[in-house]
Design a protein around this ligand. Structure first.
Ligand SMILES: Cc1cc2nc3c(=O)[nH]c(=O)nc-3n(C[C@H](O)[C@H](O)[C@H](O)COP(=O)(O)OP(=O)(O)OC[C@H]3O[C@@H](n4cnc5c(N)ncnc54)[C@H](O)[C@@H]3O)c2cc1C
Length: 458
């Protein structure tokens, strides 16, 4: 069994956290011959060499000037050529990188490398002629080998033992993999970042309330129509905008009066429809199916795809897409050089009307928080710190390395308000924060605040 693990080095020089989980998952498969592969500059050689100490005998660095500046499509194309040369039985990718944060490269690579695909893998249940995995949002899935899987944060990458040996790193250039350099790097990248701004989008004016006022505030918030992030409608409109499923409608109507809803069928059918009907833009929701299928369709039609847009604009010709980047600290303004422009938009997840998120500060009061959530009919969510310390399960984690939620009411209890958490909840309708520290950043992102500890929920 040959397993190829695709790895990206983060800005901190370390392995991207989701890729670390993919690598560990591969190393845990008995009898597997594991190879790690990364696309990056020459100096990533040492980074890969260090990783060979954990178990991969071989590492491959795809490095060439022509590869620089690649977006997800160009990256997937380049990786796919190396995959074809290596012909592994399985390819493991992390769910997403923290630099790009799109979760697109894995599904795109599966199209170019002609493998089957399972995304958001929580556990690998069986491997034979096919692979069966439990996924985060789409149940148990089976895919025939060769297959590509994208892995969630399901384990911790082992440390090297003192006895461990270094493997070898091969460096492959564009020529070595027979790449068409027009399709690599910046040249081959259809999405262009025009500008970046500091991200103030989640900031709100916080009104302090008392514990006694809490129930009234929740009821009022539920009555209010949910606030939408992209309410500003462009005066000039874009013709022929397709949306896949109904969910992106509120985004589409900010840029177009000419909207066609496509059925959520299979990627091949949608790709054919887009090729035949040539719309100006195609918008997708942000559920697991939409994100995976959008990436596959983008690769099938060779189109740029912008992930997780929070606002759209148009000048009548182009779709201008805004999305959070670099852990949500900046907003990037992006256009696509290919037509139709394609984007996934941060649509509301289905689920309850109220989410109560219990952070690290609620660790000793979980029973109180759970009883409160039950009383008001809320779903429970949490932060990464609580997950990493086994207080609550990963499936509940909201934020950059968890999930995105946008319920009408989000109640953050014992949460400091780190930017990594905020990006996952900033589209909630009304945000209420409970925290004894009046200077906690969460109050900058809340409409209502109670300065107090978890006991006020009793
Ligand atoms: C690459 C990367 C990715 C990350 N991804 C995510 C992510 O997806 N999601 C995420 O959430 N985080 C993520 N993080 C972690 C994030 O940076 C924060 O560390 C984390 O969100 C903090 O969790 P917290 O607010 O629960 O805990 P803390 O920051 O420790 O805050 C606890 C809060 O509880 C308050 N408190 C204390 N006692 C009480 C009490 N009795 N009652 C009520 N409140 C109390 C304190 O005043 C404090 O404000 C990521 C970090 C990195 C580096």
């Amino acid at each position: 069994m040959k397993i190829l693990v695709c790895i990206r080095q983060g800005l901190d020089g370390e392995i991207n956290p989701f890729d670390a989980c993919a690598y560990e998952a591969a190393l845990q498969i008995k009898g597997a011959e594991v190879t790690v592969m990364s696309m990056g500059p020459q100096n990533a050689k040492d980074f890969l060499l260090r990783l060979t100490r954990l178990g991969a005998k071989k590492a491959i660095l795809l490095s060439d000037k022509a590869f620089a500046g690649a977006d997800t499509i160009a990256t997937a194309y380049t990786l796919s050529l190396a995959v074809k040369k290596l012909s592994p039985d399985l390819i493991f990718c992390g769910r997403q990188t923290l630099v790009g944060d799109t979760a697109q490269t894995g599904p795109m690579l599966s199209v170019y490398a002609e493998t089957s695909l399972i995304t958001n893998v929580m556990s690998i249940d069986e491997i034979g002629e096919s692979i069966t995995c439990t996924t985060r949002d789409m149940g148990i899935q089976t895919a025939k080998l060769p297959a590509l899987i994208t892995v969630e944060r399901i384990n911790t990458l082992r440390l090297p033992s003192i006895m461990s040996k270094l493997g070898e790193v091969e460096v492959w250039s564009a020529e070595d993999i027979g790449a068409d350099i027009e399709k690599c790097g910046l040249k081959g990248s259809p999405t262009r970042v025009l500008k970046t701004y500091e991200n103030y989008s989640g900031k709100r004016k916080c009104k302090l309330i008392t514990a006694e006022e809490l129930d009234g505030v929740i009821n009022e918030a539920l009555k209010k129509n949910r606030e939408k992030v992209s309410v500003a409608k462009s005066d000039i409109k874009l013709n022929r905008v397709f949306i896949v499923g109904d969910e992106p409608y509120s985004f589409a109507e900010t840029v177009s009066d000419d909207i066609t809803v496509l059925e959520k069928t299979d990627a091949e059918t949608i790709a054919e429809t887009i090729k035949a009907q040539k719309p100006n833009a195609v918008l997708w929701a942000s559920d697991a199916w939409s994100k995976e299928t959008a990436a596959k369709v983008a690769a099938m039609v060779d189109l740029g795809l912008c992930a997780d847009c929070t606002t759209l604009e148009t000048d009548g010709e182009q779709l201008i897409m805004y999305r959070p980047a670099l852990s949500g600290s900046i907003i990037a303004k992006i256009v696509s050089l290919t037509k139709p422009a394609m984007a996934t938009v941060r649509t509301a997840k289905s689920g309850g009307d109220i989410v109560v998120a219990a952070g690290w500060g609620a660790k000793d009061s979980l029973d109180t928080v759970k009883a409160f959530a039950q009383r008001i009919g809320a779903d429970i969510a949490t932060t990464r710190k609580a997950v990493d310390n086994n207080i609550l399960p990963y499936s509940m984690q909201v934020g950059l390395t968890g999930k995105t939620v946008s319920p009408p009411v989000y109640i953050a209890v014992g949460i400091s308000g780190a930017v990594h958490h905020i990006v996952g909840m900033q589209q909630a309708g009304t945000v209420i924060a409970v925290n004894p520290d009046k200077d906690a950043p969460i109050f900058d992102y809340a409409d209502y605040g109670i300065i107090g500890n978890c006991d006020i929920l009793k």
